[in-house]
Each structure stands twice: as structure tokens, then as C-alpha cells.
Design a binder for this molecule. Structure first.
Ligand code: PRE
Length: 282
């Protein structure tokens, strides 16, 4: 059966491209959603849907709210995809860069182009729900004076003219996306144990001396590499934090042992998914 993947954004956005990249060789349908919470709602209403969600970018940093959405939702991570993001400035054909008064895009995309945009103070930055959506709106409503920060593919798809390309602050601009599925579907699509080499977990810690250090020491004892750790404040429990960690490892058995060893030292430990690390970084 053809896979249906919910994306944040409209046709031509980076989520669309990442979904097609992850499932390359397969004919998939992408389902448009206008926000990350809407994407999670769509996943919880239809267990047959898959989802794709950006989680961090090498220039703009983590999408913090998406960590919380993952924790609160019931979908599991079944894979990840890292994609090079290259932005263009696109406007209606015939428009000159000096005529532009407004630039529209996804907040993460605007942040990734900060230095380029600083050169054009006359252009007011307006956040939109996605890059391709911003391009489509300009094209459909014939908005002169407006530009979109979007991918070249989106500019072409909606008939806009590219005024500048490669406008991201740093060329090493990558976004990491997570592939999500309902737990029942995840059980079917999940890689075999010998292929799993990455896991994402979330936990809280008691407020005691060395609590985090003890967890990290145990992980290291089991040869688990901590590829990322992100803390988030716990709302309602002032100055307490929740930790999101990505673990990479060679042995699934050792990883399972490590999880059981750290469990008694943590509170509310939850495995958000076990999957194959994406190696297409460069
Ligand atoms: O607006 C888009 O095209 C998206 O897919 C969103 C998004 C994001 O959420 O970070 C995806 C990748 C880029 O980092 C910029 C924007």
C-alpha cells in the first residue's frame, strides 16, 4: 500500500522534500498540515499515517516545542533523515530586490538567513507557517513587494523568480527530521534489532547531587554514546528540567541493559523510538 506521510507545510516545502528523500524509491503521498501540533493530531486520528517532523537545525538550533510534542503524543520515532537546506529569495517575476518591502517565511528559515536579511533592512520579516506556503501565497495573491525565503524547487513550483540563492548564513545548514508512526505500525516498520543503532529517550531526575552525572556514567559504562542532550523546563515545577537524549550504540543488547540500569535513577523515563541513525550528513 502507498505510504501516506503527514508533513508540516505545503507541496514543495522542506518537509515534503525530506519525506521524499527518506522514502526515495517509493511512491508516497504527502499530506499537508499547517502546524506541528496539527501534524501530531493527524497522526493520532489515523494510525495508518506516517509523519515527518523537523527536530533540529545546525544553524538555528533545536525546535524545542517539537520535543514536547513527541513526549506528549503517542507516535514513535522510526527513523531520521538529515537534509542540506539551501534557501533562495524569490519574488514575482519582474520584481527587483530593491523594490521589496516584506520577506515571508517559516521562522526557522528566516533565522537561518539572518546575515543576508540584515543587508536589506527595508524588508520587514513576516513569519509564515512554511517556506513553500509563503511562496504560494505570493504567487496566488500576486503580492508585489513581497519575497519568500524558500527552496528553489518551491519557487519554481509556484512560478516565482529567484533573486538570490544560497542565502543561508552558513553553507553547513542541515536539518534533522524524525519519521513518526503509530506504535502498532512502528512495530511493523521498525528495523531489526541488529540494525538499530540509535534511540531517543526522555526522562526527569530527582533534585539530588550528581543525578545527571550518575546517568551519564552508566551510559558510558555500557558503551553508549550520547549524541545529543536537550533540557527543557518542566512547567509548574520551577527550576526543574526534563532531559531529552539521543543515544547511539553498536550493540542493541548493551543498549537495553543500559536503559534498565538507568531507569531506577530517573523518573518518567520513556523511549521515544529506536531506529537507524541517518548517515547522509554531508
Ligand atoms: O518551511 C518549510 O519548508 C519546512 O519544512 C519547515 C522547516 C523547519 O521546521 O525547520 C524545515 C527545514 C528548514 O530548517 C526550515 C524550515
Amino acid at each position: 500500500m502507498k505510504k501516506r506521510v503527514t508533513i508540516q507545510g505545503v507541496a514543495g516545502c522542506y518537509h515534503d522534500a525530506a519525506a521524499r528523500g527518506y522514502f526515495s524509491g517509493e511512491d508516497i503521498d504527502t499530506i499537508e498540515c499547517d502546524s506541528f501540533p496539527a501534524l501530531m493530531d493527524a497522526l493520532s486520528l489515523d494510525a495508518s499515517l506516517l509523519g515527518i517532523m523537523a527536530i533540529e537545525n545546525t544553524i538555528a538550533g533545536a525546535l524545542l516545542q517539537n520535543h514536547e510534542l513527541l513526549r506528549m503524543g503517542h507516535a514513535l520515532i522510526i527513523g531520521e533523515y538529515k537534509m542540506r537546506i539551501s534557501h533562495s529569495l524569490a519574488a514575482l517575476p519582474g520584481q527587483d530586490i530593491d523594490e521589496l518591502t516584506e520577506v515571508n517565511s517559516h521562522p526557522m528559515a528566516l533565522r537561518q538567513c539572518e546575515q543576508f536579511l540584515l543587508r536589506y533592512p527595508a524588508m520587514k520579516r513576516i513569519e509564515k507557517f512554511d517556506t513553500a506556503g509563503a511562496a504560494r501565497e505570493i504567487a496566488e495573491n500576486k503580492l508585489t513587494g513581497h519575497a519568500a525565503v524558500c527552496g528553489e524547487y518551491a519557487a519554481r513550483l509556484y512560478g516565482l523568480n529567484v533573486l538570490a540563492s544560497g542565502i543561508e548564513t552558513n553553507k553547513r545548514n542541515f536539518t534533522r527530521f524524525l519519521i513518526l508512526a503509530d506504535p502498532l505500525v512502528a512495530a511493523d516498520l521498525k528495523p531489526g534489532e541488529k540494525d538499530i543503532d540509535k534511540s531517543s529517550i526522555v526522562f526527569t531526575l530527582p533534585h539530588s547531587k550528581g543525578a545527571l552525572s550518575k546517568v551519564l556514567t552508566i551510559l558510558s559504562f555500557y558503551d553508549i554514546n550520547l549524541s545529543k542532550i536537550q533540557s527543557m523546563p518542566i512547567i509548574g515545577r520551577e527550576w526543574e528540567y526534563r532531559f531529552y537524549a539521543d543515544l547511539t550504540f553498536d550493540s542493541y543488547v548493551r543498549y537495553c541493559q543500559a536503559i534498565e540500569a538507568v531507569r531506577p535513577l530517573t523518573n518518567e523515563l520513556r523511549v521515544l523510538g529506536e531506529y537507524v541513525e541517518c548517515k547522509n550528513e554531508i
